[in-house]
Each structure stands twice: as C-alpha cells, then as structure tokens.
Write a protein that binds this ligand. Structure first.
Ligand code: 9PG
Length: 490
C-alpha cells in the first residue's frame, strides 16, 4: 500500500505491505519489500558490505558503483549476487545523509535482505519471504543505536564481557607455521598479558582435511596443552564451510559440495593457488561431519575458534534443504555453537547480519597488512578489500555500530619495525582503533621486537581507555583524541 510515512521531522511517501508501527526514533514496517521516496536527491549513501571483508562506508549516490575486477574476486569480497549491480546497495541496511546532520536509515530486522538507493528512493527487499524493517530518521549515533537495539532484540546479542587479547600466527608467519616455530613463540610470550594464543592457517593437511600436517608431528592436542600450560586459551583457525580441490574431502565426497541449479559446483573464490568450493551444510552428512569436526577440535582442547571464509555457507545454490541461503548459513553456524557451547567463536569472512546472536566476535574488515595501501588494486581493480592497513581501518570504522551487538575485531595491530612498511603514525591508527573496539590482536612474535616495541605491546594490552564518540571519525580515548577523518576521505 502506498501511504505517507511520518518520521519526526520528515513525511515520506512510502510503499509497504502493512501499516507502520511507531517505535522510539522511527517506525517498524513489514513486508517483502518497502520503498521510501526520499527528498535528499543525490546525497551520500551508507553502503554496508555483506561479509567481513566487503567494503563498507559512505558512497556518492550519483556515482554508480564500479564492480571489483577480476570477477572471481567479487565472490570473495562481496555478495556475488549483487557484486555487479549498477545501483548503490548494501547488505541488510542502508542510510542516506539528509544534509542537515540527520540520517534516514532503512534496515532489515531479519536476515537475507538488501537495501538499494538512488536519487529518489531507498528500497529494501528480502531475497526470499518477508520480514520486518526499521525506518529511522535522526542523528547518526541515535539512528544506528535504535536499529542495533531492534536487531539485537530479534537476532540476539553476544560478546558479553571484555573482548579478547589475542596472539594470532597469521600476520607474521602466514602459512609457514610449525610446531617448533609456535612453541618458540609461546615460550617468548610468557608473561605478556594475552588471553588467547591462536594458531592460524597452516596447521591443517588441506582446506577440507582438518587434521594436522607433518609440521605438527606431536599433534594438535599436545600443542593445545602447551598453550594452556603457558597460561593462554588455545585458539584454532578453521574454514569449515570451504573446500580446496586438492583435498581428500573434495575427491571423496563430491556429493557434499554446494551446486547450482545445473548441478555444477558453486565457486567460492580463488585462494591458496586454486579455485575453492563450498559445502552444502544442509546435506545431513555434511551437518554430521561438521559436528564431528567441531567436537574433534574441542576434544583437542581448542576453546577459541576462528571460523574463516564462512560466507561460503551462504552462497547461492541449490541446497538439499530449500531454505534461504542466509538461513542455511545461520543454521550451520548455530550447529557449531551448539556443538561447542563454551567455545568463543570469531566469525571471519562472515556474513555480518546473519552471524549476529551466534558468533561472539565478528571480523568487520578485510585483512590488515604491514603496508598502508594496496593502491594498484584499489585504483585499477576497484578493489578496496585487499590486505592493507588502510582498507582494514576504513571498513572497520564504518561498522562500529555493531559494538552494541557483538565483539568487533578490527584485525591485528603491529608493534614491530621488522618486515613492516607502516609508519609509526599508521601503526598508531591501528592501535587506537583496537582500543576503541577493545579487541586487541597482534601477530608480532616478541623475538621480532626490540625493547621499546615490547614495552609498547605490553602497555597496549594493559590499557583500557574510556572511549567516547565525538564525531563520525573522532573519538575520545581517556583525555586524548583519536581522529581518523583524514584517512577515510571518500
Ligand atoms: C588465512 C587468512 C587469515 C586472515 C583471514 C583470511 O579475499 N581473499 O583472497 C582473502 C584471502 C585471505 C584472507 C582474506 C581474504 O585472509 O582474514 O585473518 O586467517 O584467511 O588464510
């Protein structure tokens, strides 16, 4: 039905299937699709990326989005269904700047939705089925807070208590880890106030074959025990919804792969030198395998799980169970949580809204790196999701409204000058953002740090400033200000 919507200070012609209901700061609408006709013209649009690594921030409505190149990258950086769309759009929500300091926000209160905008309308739709929407009009802080609250009421809130202080093996050793290397780091980390020692990619036989490789001759359980003995929670990286063609799983269980309507395996991206594929987590055997896997790593002693590339569980495809793709994803993530209810789950490469209420923490940006920008990739391939400190900062800064719902992982901070092209100013930006979200991670092995750098790391881990938001990109940290404005210029 077409009717005017009245928001405080704004009357909008709107189309929605059911009459709106007033809530503080806005309205609740419902239906598969809602359209708000806005008077703001070609203003700026808050584009919310689908998964952890998807670019997120303010874009000009008048400049249609340019798809990331090459196309295979889109599968790993965006929601592939909309990655080539010519209309500015975002996952779950969208917002417009009115010009007077207020925002008009339209946000789904369920999963599997998208919001698109042009110079005249803000349109939201659920891919399948229908659901509720929040339409709010007020200052940025308030409108996102109201939306987050309603979303939390429906999807749940996690990340209770202070987030973790994590040492993660990825951003120093990458895949080149071994039992020997990690044991040496562990010894050097004694006395540092970390809580979690997280083993990243490189321990497994293959993506799909989640058993230790030859570089871990004592097995994963023995290593977990050593981590415990050093006083840390053992953490492990897994990409449980993804499969590499070289794996045994891929060879032995072709019927477990997610396929399209024509029966072809669905591409999940390109990484580790090959195409990757997704599992159909609604296949009963896959669901059983997943439970076994989570039990196994729990049995080894890992109580912090970094679940990576899990957008693979929400890719479009012809699933055994004909449920919407994000519902299939959420069901699989919930199964992981129910199998290991006491494990802390960090969801990475994860659809954001569909993970809320289940994951304890969400990576909310692309990978950090010891370089500032991935300029060639940003300019020539229109890809701001490549590993770079700037990309990680930019996307994370635009997702801080999620702090009300989940622990927010901005990715690692660097203290080392070795193997690092970041200036001390650039490293300070990363550090400040980690202090703002409270989630503190690094991959720097103490042996790579000089005395001063080690002290800085220790102070960082021990610091918990009082954080106040002073503006979109300005924060008060105790009595100093952290201002990110100049690095996020559109
Ligand atoms: C391990 C890494 C680390 C890291 C994760 C994830 O789009 N890509 O090609 C792409 C590749 C790797 C990647 C993210 C994106 O990194 O974010 O912290 O765990 O996997 O392989």
């Amino acid at each position: 039905m077409e009717r005017p919507l009245t928001l405080p200070g704004l009357i909008l012609p709107a189309r929605s299937e059911a009459p709106p209901r007033d809530v503080p700061g806005g309205l609740i609408l419902s239906g598969r699709e809602v359209t708000l006709h806005h008077p703001f013209g070609f203003t700026r649009f808050y584009r919310h990326g689908w998964q952890s690594w998807s670019p997120t921030g303010w874009v000009e409505l008048g400049a249609p989005p340019v798809p990331i190149d090459p196309p295979i990258r889109r599968t790993q950086a965006e929601d592939p269904v909309y990655a080539a769309s010519r209309l500015p759009g975002g996952s779950g929500l969208g917002a417009l700047e009115s010009g007077d300091g207020r925002l008009l926000l339209l946000g789904a209160l369920g999963i599997g939705a998208r919001v698109e905008a042009d110079g005249a309308t803000l349109r939201g739709f659920y891919e399948e089925g229908s659901g509720e929407w929040f339409a709010g009009y007020s200052d940025e802080e308030t409108v996102f807070a109201r939306y987050a609250e309603l979303l939390g009421d429906r999807l749940g809130r996690r990340g209770h208590g202070p987030p973790s202080r994590v040492w993660c093996s990825w951003y120093s050793f990458y895949q080149g880890i071994s039992e020997e290397i990690l044991t040496a780091v562990l010894d050097d980390l004694r006395g540092f106030p970390f809580q979690v020692f997280q083993i990243d990619d490189g321990w497994q036989i293959d993506v799909g074959d989640w058993e230790p490789n030859a570089r871990f001759p004592s097995g994963m359980e023995a290593l977990a025990r050593r981590i415990e003995a050093a006083g840390f929670t053992p953490g492990l990286w897994l990409a449980p919804f993804l499969v590499r063609p070289s794996s045994r799983l891929f060879r032995d269980r072709p019927e477990w792969l997610l396929r399209d309507e024509q029966g072809r395996p669905v591409l999940a991206g390109f990484n580790w030198g090959d195409f990757t594929y997704a599992l159909d987590t609604t296949h009963p055997e896959v669901a059983g395998w997943l439970v076994d896997l989570i039990r196994r790593v729990g049995g080894w002693g890992y109580r912090y799980l970094k679940l990576d590339f899990i957008y693979a569980g929400a890719l479009p495809g012809a699933r055994r169970e004909r449920i919407p793709r994000e519902a299939a994803y959420r069901q699989a993530l919930a199964a992981v949580h129910e199998t290991a209810p006491d494990a802390y789950i960090l969801a990475c490469g994860a659809p954001i809204l569909a993970s809320l209420g289940i994951a304890d923490a969400l990576r909310v940006g692309p990978d950090c790196a010891p370089v500032w920008n991935n300029e060639a990739r940003a300019r020539n391939l229109h890809d701001r999701s490549g590993p770079a400190a700037l990309n990680a900062l930019r996307t994370t800064l635009h997702r801080l409204w999620l702090l009300r719902l989940v622990h927010v992982d901005p990715d690692v901070v660097y203290f080392r000058s070795r193997d690092n092209q970041l200036t001390s100013r650039q490293r300070a930006y990363l550090r400040d953002l980690a202090l703002i979200t409270g989630y503190k991670g690094t991959s720097d092995p103490p042996a790579w740090l000089d005395r001063e750098e080690r002290d800085a790391l220790r102070i960082f881990l021990e610091t918990t400033p009082r954080v106040r938001r002073l503006g979109r990109y300005r924060f008060g940290l105790d009595d100093r200000e952290a201002d990110f404005s100049e690095i996020v210029a559109v």
